[in-house]
Design a binder for this molecule. Sequence first.
Ligand code: NI
Length: 193
Amino acid sequence: MIRLPVVMLNGTILRMKDVALRQQSRPINIDDPEDFALAQSLVREMFRVLYSDPSGVALAAPQIGVLLQVVVISYEDKDEGGQRTMALLNPKITQSSEEEIEDKEICLSVPNLTGKVARANTVKVEGYDQLGQPVNIMAEGFFARVLQHEIDHLNGILCIDRVKGNLDNVPDFPERRTDPTMRKLGLTKKKST
Ligand code: NI
């Protein structure tokens, strides 16, 4: 039997300098009932945290301090004309297009900075859903970007690591619920606008 770590969750999204964001997360053992139950309660908590930030699109478990390969995604997909909501356990990129697209990314763990990141335009991702069923996803455009960003989190990589050009301040940063982070980073509202 696998001994599980005691997880203390307080629903706080970890910020840039937290060491947990730089660790490799371990996969969920889908066949182990205890590990799988842990993943399911983690998914619930992660959706709660994601929905608490109106600007949030997706969240990876390390962002709330849990080093497990779990990701939740929820955003309005304008092309598909609806809400795209899913949880993924052990997501892995199995194929990515050579064609890359550059676009700005903002991370909930680095809410005050943005920069252009080149990502594969299409990716194939394999993993499991929250019921433990295998999933095979072909993603394109923004969805592919989101998946690559979140899977990076599971490997201790932040999008700012991949920015080749300038890092810019996020213009609407002071309006978001990030006061504690701003204090931690020594920023004032005036400075960051
Ligand atoms: Ni992120």
